[in-house]
Design a protein around this ligand. Structure first.
Ligand code: PLP
Length: 454
């Protein structure tokens, strides 16, 4: 049964959560954390855009957990689809055919451009990127992979190395053949540009030079988030993305669009690359494909790359590739997104509510340097002051000031996504206008009053 807020037995919930916290502390090792320095919040229940903690307190989830619960929590159709699938068949070998997997692949490829008709299923985003890179290397016979600084591609070996973010630097010495370059980011331009057009042109020139100096014939792939997410939601211009596509075509380089965070409605389109009128060679996805209800990711292959493995073995696979519970959840999620007009809703929210409200907050807050985004995918840059643009937290580190902002938002009942000095406004794409306005009101209240002394 889908949980309704009024039905909680508060005493039982508190007992359950107290025990969970005790066991968590004793036995759970957490991602990206100093184990003894953290005090993770409990999520005991959730519904729609609301999560409920171990004390029974409700919060608006403006993080969509890790930007994955695109259709919110406990969508009844998806919960039912998982139960129905569990009743008939819980697991299968990847080397078999199954209705849930076949239908998920059909629904996904129905939404891709012509010539991208096959899906290799994975368990999440990092392994999707690992496999996409492997496919690109086997297809081209080349080894190098280029990726952006300010990107996130996952926490496994090659995925973490193509990631351009300080979190990979601590104990990763770098992987041979992985080369980073700067993408366009006008607010913090590496190219001394003053307009988007100039930024795009100079970033493309920088990429062209990088390709030339690395040796085009050694480069298997360029992997890019269509819209970089974790690293700051910097929406590139169509001209830039079309320029990258042209460079890939010129040199026979595979273009991998990482749609793990930006895909499945987050940007107001099924896939974010649709904003730029380009067609990638490989598309990786995860998260929103089934709102994270059961882990699932995948790689969508162009016909040309598919043909490489038509009569040659693809030397890779996963026990849970196309897991029926995950695929049943994907089928129900994609159908719900389509039937309930969620993609259009996300686009509408971005244009009419989130963008205008955040821009107004930026105008009135001393510490908001820039807001940017599209659809239900927005970032707020917290800075010491608008002139210096100095981040309120150092890149790669935390700060008490940012921690206090996050705490204030939570105190007022909103959970943001926070990365370094940035807050991301990334609620479920089907959030009601009323919940959205209520949450943005909290951002306004907390950010407008901010005044940190130096
Ligand atoms: N690629 C992008 C763009 C992501 O945002 C993420 C996760 O945040 C990943 C890959 C990794 O996905 P996962 O954590 O499912 O392995």
């Amino acid at each position: 049964m889908v949980h309704q807020p009024g039905e909680i037995d508060l005493a039982a919930l508190k007992d359950e959560s107290a025990r969970a916290r005790e066991l968590d502390r004793a036995h759970v090792f957490h991602s990206w954390s100093a184990q003894r320095l953290i005090d993770p919040p409990t999520v005991a229940r959730a519904h729609g855009s609301t999560v409920i903690d171990g004390e029974g307190r409700e919060f608006l989830d403006f993080s969509s957990q890790l930007v994955n619960t695109n259709i919110g929590h406990q969508h009844p159709a998806v919960v039912q689809a998982i139960k129905d699938q569990a009743d008939v068949l819980c697991t299968i070998s990847p080397a078999t055919v199954n209705a849930a997997r076949s239908e998920a692949a059909r629904l996904i490829t129905e939404r891709t451009p012509a010539g991208l008709d096959h899906v290799f299923f994975t368990n999440g985003g990092a392994d999707a990127n690992e496999h996409a890179i492997r496919m690109a290397r086997l297809h081209t016979g080349r080894t190098k992979v280029l990726s952006r600084y300010r990107s996130y591609h996952g926490g496994t070996q090659t995925a973490v190395n193509v990631t351009g973010d300080p979190r990979r630097w601590e104990n990763e010495t770098g992987e041979s053949g992985v080369v980073h370059f700067f993408g366009p980011f006008l607010y913090r331009s590496e190219f001394h540009a003053t307009t988007e057009a100039e930024e795009a042109e100079r970033a493309l020139q920088h990429l062209r030079r990088t390709i030339e100096l690395e040796g085009p014939a050694t480069i298997a792939a360029i992997i890019l988030e269509s819209i970089p997410g974790t690293a700051g939601i910097m929406v590139p211009s169509p001209e830039y993305m079309q320029g990258v596509r042209a460079l890939c075509d010129e040199h026979g380089i595979v273009l991998i669009a990482d749609e793990v965070m930006a895909g499945f409605g987050r940007s107001g389109k099924w896939f974010a690359f649709e904003h730029f009128d380009i067609v990638p060679d490989l598309i990786t996805f995860a998260k929103g494909v089934n709102s994270g209800y059961v882990p699932l990711g995948g790689v969508i292959l162009s016909d040309a790359i598919f043909e490489t493995f038509a009569e040659r073995v693809y030397p890779g696979g996963l026990t849970y590739s196309g897991h029926p519970l995950a695929c049943a959840a994907a089928v129900a999620t994609i159908n719900a997104m389509a039937d309930e007009g969620m993609i259009e809703h996300a686009a509408h929210l971005g244009e009419t509510i989130i963008g205008p409200r955040l821009r107004q907050i930026a105008e009135n807050s001393k510490h908001v340097g820039e807001v940017r985004g599209i659809g239900a995918f927005w970032a707020i840059e917290l800075v010491w002051d608008k002139e210096s643009k100095e981040p309120l937290a150092p890149y790669g580190g935390g700060s008490p000031e940012v921690a206090s902002v996050v705490a204030a938002l939570k105190e007022h009942g909103v959970i943001p996504f926070n990365n370094y000095h940035r807050l991301h406004v990334v609620p479920p794409i089907n959030i009601s206008e009323e919940d959205l306005e209520r949450g943005l009101g909290v951002f306004e209240k907390v950010l407008t009053d901010l005044d940190f002394p130096r």
